[in-house]
Write a protein that binds this ligand. Structure first.
Ligand SMILES: Nc1ncnc2c1ncn2[C@@H]1O[C@H](COP(=O)(O)OP(=O)(O)O)[C@@H](O)[C@H]1O
Ligand SMILES: NC(=O)OP(=O)(O)O
Length: 313
């Protein structure tokens, strides 16, 4: 029987520029439509780390080129722009792939806002890597020039880090729910959602942050009563001692073993840690729910229990 699956798609799997993204989404669409063809209901949440960093950088360069003419663009608006252009490519790739296979389903991107807590301690401690990977020297230069914070990202280079508060409420949840109930393929909470703060008078104020899409996908999966949370990234399995000679790939994780590894610092903050934490939260949220962390190409095999790291209580 088909399952309701929320897929969290890594921003790093979407390519580093527009042509790369165009190609990547075609590949992504084939893997997602395979799951739809097998009778599953699929809701897609995508990342935006590289993309929102690129947009923020471009907007900052514009302002620096002529501060009288171009006023600074808030990070929340950069997030909204990233949802728009990634959704545009993904939506088209999914529509084309479904049409090719004779599947008559609507596909829609919902521009999604996600409420965060203004008192979230994450605002004081930036952990979310965005933008491109740099050398240590380039990062130091930008830190001096612009005051950005940087972190070394899982052995891949240095990246700017921004605040990443936890998602509390998906503002457009009813709209997403209605589209899913009407059998449409929905792309929502892109980039973790546009972070917004309640103001108490109906207005939602954009926050200078990037929400982790794994946590947003988890919240969406719980809210839509999904069976499965599938986190697709650049590794086939979660590892302990990642990148070390005694690295060991894990087929399965329980909340208890995951907790032990988290305490040992096995999972990098801003990359593997949120995935494991989101997977555990979903697996613990209701009996029968499980989460999978694997490579995009292995999604169908992972759901069939053949690969990936499965997280279940
Ligand atoms: N313990 C670990 N096991 C597997 N991968 C890890 C681990 N710790 C860090 N990583 C890194 O985390 C990356 C996934 O995070 P990231 O690239 O930020 O995700 P996303 O796909 O959401 O963009 C992997 O490609 C790997 O380089
Ligand atoms: N917003 C977000 O989590 O993006 P990545 O998946 O690119 O890290």
């Amino acid at each position: 029987m088909g399952k309701r699956i929320v897929i969290a798609l890594g921003g790093n799997a979407l390519g580093k520029n527009l042509p790369e993204q165009m190609e990547a989404v075609q590949h992504t669409a084939r893997a997602i439509v395979d799951l739809i063809e097998q009778g599953n209901e699929v809701i897609v949440v995508h990342g935006n780390g590289p993309q929102v960093g690129m947009i923020a950088n471009a907007m900052t360069e514009l302002t620096r080129s002529d501060p009288q003419k171009y006023i600074p663009c808030p990070l929340s608006v950069c997030g909204a722009m990233s949802q728009g252009y990634i959704g545009y490519d993904l939506q088209n790739a999914l529509r084309e792939e479904m049409e090719r296979r004779g599947i008559t389903r609507g596909v829609a991107t919902v521009l999604t806002q996600v409420e965060v807590d203004p008192a979230d301690p994450a605002f004081e401690n930036p952990t979310k890597p965005i933008g491109s990977f740099m050398t240590e020297g380039e990062a130091e230069q930008l830190k001096r020039d612009r005051g950005y914070d940087f972190v070394e990202d899982s052995g891949r280079g240095y990246r700017r880090v921004v605040a990443s508060p936890k998602p509390r409420r998906i503002v457009e949840l009813d709209t997403i729910s209605s589209l899913v109930a009407a059998d449409h393929v929905v792309i929502a909470c892109g980039g973790g959602g546009i972070p917004v703060l309640p103001t108490g008078n109906h207005h939602l104020k954009g926050a200078a942050a990037v929400i982790d899409k794994d946590f947003a996908a988890e919240l969406l999966a719980e809210s839509l009563d999904a069976d499965y949370l599938v986190i697709l990234t650049a590794v086939e399995k979660v590892a302990v001692n990642f990148g070390k000679p005694d690295q060991q790939w894990l087929d399965e994780l329980t909340p208890e073993t995951a907790g032990k590894y988290v305490d040992e610092g096995q999972f990098a903050p801003g990359s593997m840690l949120p995935k494991v934490q989101a997977a555990v939260k979903f697996a613990e949220s209701k009996p029968g729910r499980s989460a999978l962390i694997t490579l995009l190409d292995r999604a169908a095999d992972g759901i069939a229990g053949k690969t990936g790291t499965i997280v279940r209580a």
